[in-house]
Design a protein. Structure first.
Length: 53
């Protein structure tokens, strides 16, 4: 599974880690995140993330 980086603050979503503080279990792919999920660092939506190169 690919990691995704926030284009605003640089925070990286790693599916192997998930986002446990916000109820996202490890193993959750970026595509499977809820549409209303927000970057835990800066609060922008999924549309502001791009695949890490």
């Amino acid at each position: 599974m690919d990691k995704y980086v926030c284009t605003v603050c640089g925070w990286i979503y790693d599916p192997a880690v998930g986002d446990p503080e916000n109820g996202i279990a490890p193993g959750t792919s970026f595509a499977d995140l809820p549409e209303d999920w927000l970057c835990p660092e800066c609060g922008v939506g999924k549309d502001m993330f791009e695949p890490e190169s």
